[in-house]
Design a protein around this ligand. Structure first.
Ligand code: AMP
Length: 213
C-alpha cells in the first residue's frame, strides 16, 4: 500500500514524509523536489519549470505524469511509495488515479491539518541548502546545512507574493481533491499543529494501527 501525504504548504509533509520513509522503507516521490531538480538543469524544460515555480504557479499535468511514470519504472517491484505534493487539483487527481490503477498501485492518504496562520509563519522562516537543496523547517536554527555544510537560503518561492498564490491554489484546487478522497474513505486526518516529534509519534501510530503497510 502506497501513501499520499496531503496538507497545505508548510504543514510538515516533507519532514514527516522523510521520517515515515526512514522508518517503514517507503520510496519518496516529492513532487516539488523532483521539479526543483529538473529546474536546476540547464535545459529548455528546466528553464520553463524554473520560471513556473518562481511564479508560484503549477507545472503542467503531462510533465508531472511523465516524471512519475519514470520514477515508478525504476523501482523494484515490491517497493512502497510515499507521494508528497500530488495530486493537487481535480483533473490531476483523475490522471493520478488512472496512472496508479495502470501500475497496479493502491494508496491511503494522510491529511496533515495545520491552520493558515501557522503555515504562513513556518513558510516565511524555512530555508534550504544552496548546495544539496535539502529543506530545513523553521525549527532548524543552525547556519549551515546538517547534511553537507552548505549555505542555507530562503527558497526563491517562499516570498510573500508566491506564498499567497500557493495558499490560494491550495484552497481553491487541492481542497476539492481532498474532499473527494475523504468521501471515498481514502483519507485519514491528523493534527499537524504540534511540534514535529509529536506529529511523528501520531503519524507512526496511524500507520501502525490503521494502515499497516
Ligand atoms: P512544493 O515544494 O510542493 O511547494 O512545490 C513547489 C512548486 O512545484 C509549486 O509551487 C509548483 O510550481 C510545483 N509543483 C509541485 N507539485 C506540483 C503538482 N502536483 N502539480 C503541478 N506543479 C507542482
Amino acid at each position: 500500500m502506497d501513501l499520499v501525504l496531503f496538507g497545505i504548504q508548510g504543514s510538515g509533509k516533507g519532514t514527516l514524509g522523510k521520517m515515515v520513509a526512514d522508518r517503514y522503507g517507503f520510496k519518496v516521490f516529492e513532487t516539488g523536489g523532483a521539479l526543483r531538480s529538473l529546474a536546476a538543469e540547464d535545459s529548455g524544460l528546466g528553464k520553463k519549470i524554473k520560471s513556473i515555480i518562481e511564479a508560484g504557479k503549477l507545472v503542467t499535468n503531462d510533465v508531472i505524469m511523465e516524471i512519475i511514470e519514470n520514477f515508478l519504472k525504476n523501482l523494484p517491484a515490491d517497493a512502497k511509495v510515499l507521494f508528497d505534493g500530488i495530486p493537487r487539483f481535480p483533473e490531476q487527481a483523475e490522471t493520478f488515479d488512472t496512472l496508479m490503477a495502470r501500475n497496479n498501485r493502491q494508496f491511503t492518504g494522510i491529511l496533515i491539518d495545520v491552520p493558515e496562520e501557522e503555515v504562513i509563519r513556518r513558510l516565511g522562516a524555512r530555508r534550504n541548502c544552496k548546495n544539496c537543496k535539502t529543506i530545513f523547517p523553521s525549527s532548524y536554527t543552525k547556519d549551515a546545512c546538517a547534511k553537507c555544510g552548505g549555505e542555507l537560503v530562503v527558497r526563491s518561492d517562499d516570498n510573500p507574493e508566491s506564498i499567497k498564490t500557493r495558499l490560494k491554489a491550495y484552497y481553491e484546487e487541492t481542497l476539492p481533491v481532498i474532499e473527494r478522497y475523504k468521501k471515498a474513505g481514502k483519507i485519514i486526518t491528523m493534527d499537524g499543529n504540534k511540534d514535529i516529534d509529536a506529529c511523528g509519534v501520531d503519524i507512526f501510530k496511524i500507520i501502525d494501527t490503521q494502515i499497516k503497510p
